[in-house]
Design a protein around this ligand. Structure first.
Ligand code: 6PG
Length: 258
């Protein structure tokens, strides 16, 4: 696996989706293990979409699952579609099928959104209260996740922060309902302050359909896409990309200037 240190974080160049999933599973074990060792628990925000399925399935394999203290790992969703948990569109269902149903994680460690299919605004507020409770936050404070997993859409969105949507401007809330015109529906999403407060933020980008957008979001300027607004305040930003998605990136322009 090749690596580029860029102005937009570390780029881990993986050969294919399998190597990408393995690299991320190793990072998951490392970050979660260190957090549990340090504070007795690890807080992880999961990504939705299709790319992370291979990662979640791999984490459910004994070779990885047995290295993780599941009763000390608290899982959250960085975003969710406004559907019921049994919908094929649900990010919760995707994680349930690929991971939660296969590992000994207590229900008390699984913090999913609820009610988003009938009341997105109410569900966002309720999820915000879950974060405040679980992170023991007083008003104005941010949760500091040990690890945030993110994907990248071909339009440069991440989580459910889509270009031109209201949630991109939100700086006071932790979780909001975000109406997405192209889907004619809302989604629930963590806001940029929450995502940027994490200790480790990792993007998972794979497939030829990301060839065009990846070099654009790896530019420092101009910031035309939501994914470019992910700049952890103090944490580490790492991009795990496969060779198909990375086909058009130019290593020379990316390398961080001294
Ligand atoms: C979602 C995700 C979204 C996703 C990107 C990439 O709910 O769909 O949170 O941000 O990560 O759309 O999706 P793929 O991994 O399917 O390409």
């Amino acid at each position: 696996m090749d690596k580029i240190e860029s102005q937009c974080g570390t780029i881990q160049l993986c050969q294919d989706r399998q190597e990408l999933a393995s690299a991320l599973a190793d990072r998951f074990v490392e970050v979660v293990g260190a957090a549990v060792g340090r504070s007795g628990k690890a807080n992880v925000a999961l990504s939705g979409g299709s790319t992370p399925k291979a990662l979640y399935s791999l984490l459910a394999e004994p070779a990885y699952s047995q290295k993780i203290a599941w009763n000390k790992v608290h899982l959250y969703w960085g975003d969710e579609r406004c559907v019921s948990h049994d919908s094929p569109e649900s990010n919760y269902k995707m994680v349930l099928d690929s991971l939660l149903s296969k590992v000994p994680i207590p229900e008390s460690c699984v913090h999913a959104t609820n009610g988003q299919d009938t009341d997105p605004v109410g569900a966002a507020r309720a999820y915000e209260e879950v974060l405040k409770r679980e992170f023991q936050l007083s008003d104005g404070n941010l949760p500091h996740f040990d690890l945030v997993l993110l994907g990248l859409g071909p339009d440069g969105h991440t989580a459910s922060l889509f270009p031109g949507t209201e949630a991109l401007k939100e700086t006071g809330r932790l979780v909001v309902a975000n109406y997405v015109e192209k889907f004619k529906s809302s989604r629930i999403t963590f806001t940029l302050p929450v995502l940027n407060a994490a200790a480790n933020v990792t993007f998972m980008v794979a497939g030829a359909d990301k060839q065009e957008i990846l070099p654009l979001v790896l530019r420092a300027e101009p910031k035309d896409y939501p994914a470019q607004l992910i700049r952890p305040t103090e944490g580490m930003l790492t991009w795990y990309v496969d060779s198909l998605a990375a086909a058009r990136i130019d290593r020379r322009t990316l390398a961080a200037r001294p």
